[in-house]
Design a protein around this ligand. Structure first.
Ligand SMILES: Cc1ncc(COP(=O)(O)O)c(C=O)c1O
Length: 353
């Protein structure tokens, strides 16, 4: 069997941290600095986010993505509120019920085949507004790029925001992979703004961990008035870092060097390459080339466990033999060649038996 790739295709959070990020942490480790965000690195980070969005936004750094989502939703939700989201959304599937328990809001998980909400679904649930026995769908949460590797065009996000705002709802965007989405839409800062602040998104979780940081995410209130109580909300959901400078320094490294975009662009390009290298392997069923950094192939059932033992990746939906392969900022062409060779070999051997 061909040797497994050095960097596998399990997830972008299996990747290590980018050396520029690590250097920034070391540089921030100089002497003492005020705790809890009252330090020059965090101030600079807040200014960097203002510049990114072209407007004074309210930025709060957090430890992780679940915490960022929980904080953002807690800031928006009042007793009796509900959050409209896709059935595939991370807040619905992969946060162990934290939004329900900590935010205290019902999640209305809407059936979506591609993990994307559409305005009609929001309109449909708006019928509950004003009915005292129904949870009030006052928040819409979307993910960009989505958990299924699909993308909203900026105009689609604007349409969701329009219908939500018409009903007095607020819009949260889970941007754990916002950089991959921006890169996929051809972008730079203008694309980021078009799919967030200009589209009318009220608050977003801005991902760092999956894009080369050791750890950290940001809750960005694009409407800063909504962040007025952010510092209290963050502490109550246990996301206030004592030594915040280290989270801030990582974001500064990503933003000031355009690393957030170049790393995501690379990860997306590697996913396209992985698709090209594997789509014609007999037994591997792949749809269209990926928009961002994830592929969802269907494999012969008897090949899945053997391949995972050779180079680990996650199951996705075993009822239809589907798994997930994901590239990251550090994926190399050599990794892809090795992986494709191994898949071809193992799937071929099993087919010959
Ligand atoms: C779309 C999305 N949102 C949020 C998160 C939260 O990440 P964390 O594991 O840091 O809580 C993830 C992580 O997989 C994710 O994929």
């Amino acid at each position: 069997m061909t040797p497994a790739p050095e960097r596998g295709f399990a997830s972008d959070n299996f990747a290590g941290a980018h050396p520029i990020v690590l250097d920034a942490i070391v540089a921030a480790n100089d002497g003492h600095a005020a705790a809890y965000g009252d330090d020059p690195h965090t101030r600079r980070c807040e200014a960097n986010f203002d510049e990114l969005f072209g407007s004074p936004v309210a930025t709060f750094l957090t430890f992780n993505g679940t915490g960022a989502n929980v904080m953002a939703l807690t800031a928006l939700a009042r007793p009796g509120d509900a959050v409209i989201c896709s059935n595939w959304s991370h807040i619905n599937v992969d946060e162990t019920g934290a939004p329900e328990r900590i935010v205290g809001a019902k999640l209305i998980d809407v059936d979506t085949s591609d993990a994307k909400l559409i305005p009609e679904q929001i309109e449909h649930h708006a019928h509950a507004l004003g009915v005292p026995h129904h949870a009030q769908p006052m928040i819409v949460s979307i993910t960009q790029s989505t958990e299924l590797g699909t993308l909203y065009q900026p105009s689609e996000i604007a349409a969701i925001c329009d219908v939500a705002h018409r009903h007095g709802m607020r819009v949260h965007l889970d941007g754990a992979r916002i950089a991959n989405a921006v890169a996929a839409c051809g972008g730079g800062i203008d694309t980021l703004r078009a799919m967030t602040i200009d589209a009318g998104v009220d608050v977003m979780s801005f991902g760092g961990t999956k894009n080369g940081m050791v750890g950290g995410e940001a809750v960005v209130f694009l409407d800063p008035t909504l962040g007025a109580r952010g510092q209290y909300v963050r502490k109550t959901v246990t996301q206030l870092a004592s030594k915040m400078r280290y989270v801030a320094a990582q974001f500064n490294a990503l933003i000031e060097n355009d690393l957030w975009l170049t790393s995501a662009t690379h990860a997306n390009a590697m996913a396209l390459r992985l698709h090209a290298a594997t789509h014609d392997i007999e037994g591997v069923e792949l749809d269209v080339p990926p928009a961002v950094n994830s592929l969802f192939p269907r494999l012969p059932a008897d090949a899945i466990a053997a391949l995972q033992a050779w180079s680990f990746f996650w199951d996705w939906d075993l009822s239809c033999r589907q798994v997930r392969w994901m590239t990251s900022w550090d994926t190399t062409e050599v990794d892809i060649e090795r992986f494709a060779t191994g898949v071809r070999q193992l799937v071929g051997e099993l087919a010959d038996r």
